[in-house]
Every structure is written in C-alpha cells, then in structure tokens.
Design a protein around this ligand. Structure first.
Ligand SMILES: [Zn+2]
Length: 395
C-alpha cells in the first residue's frame, strides 16, 4: 500500500472515531447497533472504534437498553464522567480562574488564583493545573487540551499573544509557551475572552439555536465576540469584535485612544457613573447592584441616567446588527447587573432606530448560561480540537 493510501486510511479512521464520539455525546445512552446505523458504519467497525474510546477513558458501558425487535437487550454506551479532562483558564488583570471539565461539561476541579506578579503567569498557570491533577489523583495525560481565555489581541494562526491593555505589561506575551513546555504533546490553545463568551452562548445558550450571534461585553470597556455561520469570527489580525472604539458620536467626549465619542467611553460603566454623578447620584460607587436598587425604587434621575446609557448601547448594537445581521445579541459584563430596566431601554431604542423589517425579529437578551462563559467556551474549543470540530449539542 502506498504511503498516501496509509495516510488516507488513518484519516478515515480518525474521522469515523470522531463521528462515533460525537454521536455518543449527542444520543447518549446509545447502543452499538444504533451507532452503526446513525454513523452508516459496519457493526465491526463501530465495535472496534468504541473499544478504543473505552480504552481512552472517553466512553463507558452503562446499563442495558430495551429493544422490542429481538430478545437481546443491548448494552448502552455513555460518556465516562471524569475520565478525561478539558482545561480552561479565564485570565484577567487580577489573576485567573482554572476549570477542569470532563466531556460532559461538569466542573471536576476549580481554582481561583490572585496573581501578584504577572511576570510569573505562565508558571502559575502550569503549577495550578499540576495541583488540580494531583488533587484529582489523575495523571496529566488524561488532559485532552488546554485553552487560555485572554483579554488580549491574539494572532490565532500562530497562536501567539500580540498585546493586551488589560493584563499588566510584565505578563509579556510568552506565557502560553511556559505552559506548553510544562505539558509537552498536549494542545495549549489561546482565545480571546469575548469570542469565548460568544461561543459559550452559541453552544450552551438557551432559546432557539443561532448561527449568527453577537456577545457584547459591557464593563469598564466594551468588547464583542462574534459568531457567524456557527463559527468564531476573529478577523484577519485578531481584531474582530474590538468595538469599544467604534465612533458613536463625532462630537462626544475624548477617548484615551485619541478619538472622540467612542462606544466604550460613552456606553461603558464609567460613563454611566459620570451620568449619575452629574445628577447628584453616587450609588454607582457601590457597584451596579446599588444602582439597580435605586432603579427598582423608582428614582427618576437614576432612571434617566440608565435610559441615556441604554440609548448609547442601542446605537452601538445597531451598528453591529447592520454589519453582522445576527439572530441574537447577548449583553453581558458588569452592565448586565442593571437587569430588566436596561434591557427594556435597549430593546425599545433598537425598535425605533433599527432597519425595518427584521429588527423586530432580533433577540436581545442577557446571558442564559450558568457558569463561567470564558472557561465553558474554552473547554468547548479544546473538545472541538480533540474531535475534529463541534458535533451536535450534548444529549
Ligand atoms: Zn476610543
């Protein structure tokens, strides 16, 4: 057999293995014969692929199914809880969260680490992972991969960090390599945190399935994660979704970037605080939950400040909608703490300014996913990488 035929056969085998894994995940618990039918593979092929997945601790046999067509009751297959791990980090300017998920997306281990010296970030990430594996009494070769979610501009093609205005400068750009050296042979991927937020909403979000979705993260800054055609849209140079410096008012306040009227300068949390302070309200200093309490109590000046902020957010969202035409826009980040009054303000304004028809079909909502969106999205990226792209949702 030629070398090329051998490579081809290996590819076929791997893609069959991936298909069987995705089918078990989507239809669990499921019998070998049902898998063979769904995968359009011979029972022998399915049995040997399943044997491999069991040996890899990805799948286990469980219980006995019922069948009406014959007397034989098939053994069912399911994913193995805690058999293998997907590691995902959510890094910000203060430290990081580390989650170890199993392929059922149950968190098997969680650590939150405050980082005093960001020059040691790579080593701290590696040490944390080692500590988590030791606590689980599991060998690190049970790791399917690692994803580091970062508030940073990334070169995804070369998997390198370009820059970040959120991480302290001493973090540098080489920390993923420290982790890669500590876990040779295990994929260590990097992704932008906003993109992971959007991806987690796409995969785990409630409501109708969306193929085009925008996640708007509104805090001190504003960033967007964009999904188009079911895929993460990151642009050619990793800048897609950097919407914070989109101009929403040519004559607006000056921004640190040198322009005027930037989206985040007018729609971010500091701008809301400014509007509240101008009205003699300082509840924002105590966090947005305090602002929410004033809103609920019916304070008209606080309502006015929030309504103005909602108008700005709607203007920025409208620009994104005209560009991406998503089915869903998810508002996340600190600003989401304002709850219904903010959301209603954004929706009402969008209905007025959005292009018709169509704007009434756009769903604008807060996140519906419990848990850490960055690590959930990151774990899904690791799973995609291990099994050749996303399969159907977890059954
Ligand atoms: Zn700006």
């Amino acid at each position: 057999m030629s070398d090329r035929s051998v490579v081809h056969l290996q590819n076929v085998k791997e893609s069959n293995r991936n298909a069987v894994f995705h089918l078990i995940r989507a239809h669990r618990p499921v019998s070998r014969s049902e898998l063979a039918k769904r995968a359009r593979l011979s029972p022998t092929t399915v049995s040997s692929l399943v044997a491999e997945l069991i040996a890899e601790r990805l799948v286990r046999e469980t219980g006995v199914g019922v069948t009406s067509t014959s007397g034989r009751k098939p053994i069912l297959l399911d994913l193995q809880p805690g058999g293998r791990y997907l590691a995902a980090f959510d890094v910000d300017g203060h430290g990081f969260v580390s989650h170890l998920y199993d392929p059922l997306f149950d968190v098997r281990s969680e650590e939150t680490v405050a980082v005093a010296d960001f020059s040691a970030l790579g080593r701290l990430l590696a040490d944390t992972l080692a500590r988590q594996f030791a606590a689980l009494d599991a060998a690190p070769d049970r790791l399917l991969g690692v994803c580091i979610g970062l508030p940073a501009l990334l070169d995804l093609e070369h998997q390198t960090v370009l820059s970040s205005t959120v991480l302290p400068p001493e973090a540098g750009v080489d920390f993923p390599d420290t982790l890669r050296s500590a876990y040779p042979g295990i994929p260590v991927l990097i992704e932008n945190e906003s993109t992971l937020n959007a991806y987690a909403e796409l995969v785990f979000g409630a409501g109708r399935p969306a193929r085009d979705l925008v996640f708007l993260d509104v805090g001190t800054g504003i960033g967007a994660g964009i999904i188009t055609g079911g895929r993460r849209f990151t642009g050619s140079f990793g800048k897609a979704g950097e919407v914070g410096h989109m101009t929403v008012d040519l004559h607006g306040p000056e921004c640190a970037c040198g322009n005027r009227g930037c989206f985040e300068g007018m729609g971010g949390v500091p701008a809301l605080q400014r509007r509240l302070a101008e009205r003699g309200r300082v509840s924002a200093r105590n966090g947005l939950d305090a602002v929410r309490a004033d809103l609920d109590a019916g304070d008209p000046l606080v309502r006015e400040a929030v309504a103005e902020t909602a108008e700005i957010l709607a203007a920025g969202i409208n620009n994104l909608v005209n560009l991406v035409d998503p089915q869903v826009v998810v508002i996340g980040g600190e600003m989401a703490r304002l709850g219904g009054p903010l959301l209603e303000g954004v929706r009402a304004r969008l209905r007025r300014i959005g292009l018709k028809p169509g704007i009434d079909r756009l769903e604008v909502r807060f996140s519906s996913v419990p848990g850490n969106l960055v690590t959930l999205g990151g774990a899904q990226v690791v799973l995609d990488r291990a099994f050749g792209g996303p399969g159907a949702p977890l059954g």
